[in-house]
Design a binder for this molecule. Sequence first.
Ligand code: PLP
Length: 439
Amino acid sequence: MAKNKVDIEQLIEMDKKHFLHPTSAISDQQQFGPAFIFKKGKGIYLEDVNGKKLIDGMSSLWNVNVGHGRKKLAKAARKQMEKLAYSSCFATFSHEPAIYLAKKLAELTPHPLTATFFTSGGSEANETAYKLARHYWLLKGKPFKKKIISRKKSYHGVSIGATSATGLKEFRAFTKSLAPDFYFVNQFDTTALERFIEAEGPETIAAFISEPVQGAGGVHVAPENYFKEIREICTKYEILFITDEVITGFGRTGKWFGIEHYGVAPDMMCFAKGITSGYAQLGGVMISEELHHELIELSKGPLLHGYTYSGHPTACAVALKNIEMIEKEGLVKNARIRGEELLEGLNKLKKERKIVKAVRGLGLMAALDFKDEHKQKNVLFSPLVFKEAASRGLICRAVTLDGQDVIVLAPPLIINKKQIRKIVQILNDAIKAVENAHF
Ligand code: PLP
């Protein structure tokens, strides 16, 4: 382990030479080395190899819901590993953690989503949802129902199908070689969706997918009636409605699942991230009771889709303990209350800082949008604010994709009032420093 300056320099060199980082600029890595090398975490804090402590204002990748350093989760993993580290779930082989978790998930969802297919993460969950939707229509004798409609500025992951459903242009441009049958409509435009369905023909459309709150695309919260209208349109045209709750699940928005804010029931729901708070890799798709019954009726051969780690025992055991902690510690309610405080703080900040255009959020997902005038000068504020905030001890995220200039926040659900105030204060100071440098 790195102990002194020489060790740290070696780590940086090894990183540059051998580590190809996900979703990172290779040029930045080679020029500056890794942005941080973290060593440990506790609560809402991360600490790097230099001993610098930072608030993890993004719950890392929107996933460390119960915070860092939670020994109960380490214990749950160890106990399960020692008992049964792995056994397959193919060919109807089963084990206790997956069974208990699938049952627990069915109890947690307010609407009748009753059966779960497990994956290792969110991209696989979405990939599975598209395949299940198409498979279902095949079984129903409707082989042409295969198009998936998604939304602009959405993010659904990086496997080919999930990238093809991702509305953020830059992700689709990465290889330009995408899966067929994916289409996009404007974020909150239900009229455009209906027009699109009629133009293409509902008999060609398998499913509509959306995040309850668009996360990676810059925290965009849907208007109040949006999902009710979506549900009605999907029902009217026999299109499956898939919600991608990979970020919004497990308390993040102040309810167990984001779609609960809108009072509608999806046909499928994808999840990952917060189900284990990042302590193990797990995702999945839940399907409605109705869909499940139909699959039971119609299925003939095996469901030829499965990952080696579908229903990994250790990941499932960690998920069960993590859900128990969210319940016992009242973290869903805490996310709601702290989220309101965060929005209030950011709205106050907006009045003081002239480069802030808008504030958005739901629960512990929040965004600060910057004014556009400076873009002609090729200046984006969010990366500058990110840097200033990091130097003051706060990690947030700068979203510059698809023409945006936004800072987003998603702190762990265990955060307290004082820590929320601290985040707002650091951001205010960071933005002030950027304003002073530019005006
Ligand atoms: N869906 C949403 C809404 C996400 O935010 C993400 C990841 O950020 C994914 C899917 C992909 O999940 P994973 O990175 O676990 O594959």
